[in-house]
Design a protein around this ligand. Structure first.
Ligand SMILES: [Zn+2]
Length: 76
């Protein structure tokens, strides 16, 4: 009974699997969008009236006076 060839075969298979997993991980990292972008979007909502960034959500636009409460997306 020889274990040598079997071990070699197993090592080759594990090597292949490791390469595949590494490749998949790289793909997943590239596919997922950076979380900072959405966070920035949340932090600075834009006024539906004048399209300028508003400092506070649900308040009144300091540029054109648009009241955000009236157009809140959660109310629809
Ligand atoms: Zn405005």
């Amino acid at each position: 009974m020889k274990l040598g060839p079997r071990l070699n075969d197993l090592e080759k298979r594990v090597g292949n699997l490791e390469r595949r997993v590494g490749h998949l991980e790289g793909q997943a990292k590239r596919a997922s969008p950076p979380p900072a972008a959405s966070a920035r979007e949340e932090a600075s909502p834009r006024c539906p009236g004048c399209r300028l960034p508003m400092e506070e959500r649900g308040g009144r636009c300091v540029w054109c006076g648009f009241v955000m409460d009236a157009a809140s997306p959660g109310r629809a």
